[in-house]
Design a protein around this ligand. Structure first.
Ligand SMILES: Cc1cc2nc3c(=O)[nH]c(=O)nc-3n(C[C@H](O)[C@H](O)[C@H](O)COP(=O)(O)OP(=O)(O)OC[C@H]3O[C@@H](n4cnc5c(N)ncnc54)[C@H](O)[C@@H]3O)c2cc1C
Length: 353
């Protein structure tokens, strides 16, 4: 059974199925509603219901308090509808955003490669005739079995390779989805995913030098964004500060070194936090945010910064950038939050996913 969802102030009406969340219906119609955790706890997707009835489902009582429910608010990531409905949302125009509707895709695993002891590269070839259109930096929701559900993974390859996408998946000890990928997924397996999701992409219209600061498997989106910028001949300086624990975890290291040698406007600063002192590593040591501070002499003015990785790394890096006089409006983040992390999310202060 389907209903009509009207989104104000756009005045656009789209179909919404019984059991489908408001957010999902909007994204599949190519309409971006602000959201972040997608688990009903961060409140980024709070909207006003001006007409019709919603079911709040698993929206947390902390993120959506009782009096707000009474006032007609809901969390679009959890709320489903039982009638035609009208919502009013704060929708920011972003000149760099392309309205690409979220779709479901089928693909076959064509290659799996250990990029590091903990990160696997997984290549997915789309079914014949399908092309996955996305903006470099966006992510997909890869579906697993019913017990696991789906998980977000950023696309690591360039949008120009639309018929095949690469994911870089780090194993989380005890993690349901990543253990499956590392231990059971094999070449030839069929998978389904939906996407593209997220607003983490380069603000090309700003035409400013860009800094990417990544940690762990957080290299995926910056890699896609850098490949895309290079392909289109972006001329402003591009810096990649990439933090890993040790040398064996540094992946695509040779590729980025080669890119740095080839392109005068690209700088690559790998930094290791846990490399044995006696090793041959002669590069930077410590954390990514400290390496960024040293590289830019604590002055980040005039840049756009894109941070991607675990929440703790992102928090530390934001403080460093702001101390180095980069404004909040020039910092964009993609936190690899899990359902459990999301419980700790209060309200995202920064422009992010
Ligand atoms: C927008 C977005 C993009 C993402 N892109 C990538 C990507 O490109 N590559 C990638 O590897 N992951 C990425 N992630 C993380 C990914 O979606 C999963 O959360 C993560 O891989 C863990 O899934 P799991 O099922 O193995 O663990 P779960 O079974 O969901 O969690 C098991 C336990 O591990 C903890 N945990 C979950 N994630 C992490 C983590 N990252 N570090 C430490 N502990 C954790 C949980 O809190 C929980 O206690 C992304 C997340 C988001 C939100």
């Amino acid at each position: 059974m389907s209903f009509e969802l009207t989104i104000e102030p756009l005045g656009i009406s789209v179909d919404i199925e019984e059991g489908q969340t408001i957010l999902d219906a909007a994204l599949r119609a190519g309409i971006y509603l602000p959201h972040a955790c997608c688990h009903g706890v961060c409140a980024t997707c709070k909207v006003d219901v001006t007409d019709g009835e919603v079911e709040h489902n698993e929206s947390s009582s902390f993120a959506l308090m009782e009096f707000e429910r009474d006032e007609g608010k809901c969390l679009a990531c959890c709320a489903t509808v039982e009638s035609d409905i009208t919502i009013s949302a704060e929708i920011e125009e972003d000149p760099d955003a392309r309205a690409i509707p979220v779709r479901d895709f089928q693909a076959v695993v064509t290659r799996i490669k250990s990029l590091t002891p903990t990160i696997k590269g997984v290549w997915l070839k789309l079914s014949a005739g399908q092309v996955f259109d996305f903006q470099a930096g966006q992510y997909i929701n890869l579906k697993f079995d019913a017990a696991i559900g789906s998980r977000a993974f950023s696309v690591a390859s360039s949008p120009s390779e639309g018929g095949e996408i690469e994911l870089n998946i780090k194993i989380v000890p005890g993690g349901a989805a990543t253990s499956f990928v590392h231990e059971q997924l094999k070449v030839g397996d069929e998978v389904t995913f939906s996407g593209p999701y997220g607003r983490f992409f380069v603000k090309k219209s700003a035409d400013l030098p860009v800094i990417f600061i990544a940690g762990g498997s957080g290299l995926s989106s910056p890699r896609s964004m850098i490949l895309d910028l290079v392909e289109e001949g972006f001329e402003k300086p591009i810096a990649l500060i990439y933090g890993q624990r040790n040398f064996s975890e540094l992946y695509y290291h040779e590729d980025f070194k080669a890119l740095e040698a080839r392109l005068p406007n690209f700088t690559y600063v790998p930094v290791l936090s846990d490399e044995p002192g006696e090793s041959e590593w002669s590069g930077a040591r410590g954390f990514a945010h400290d390496a960024a501070k040293a590289h830019f002499d604590n002055d980040f003015r005039g840049h756009k910064a894109y941070l991607c990785g675990p929440p703790a790394m992102i928090e530390a890096t934001i403080s460093t950038l702001m101390q180095g006089r980069l404004f909040e409006r020039d910092i964009y983040t993609e936190k690899f939050i899990s359902a459990a992390d999301a419980q700790q999310v209060r309200s995202p202060l920064f422009k992010s996913i």
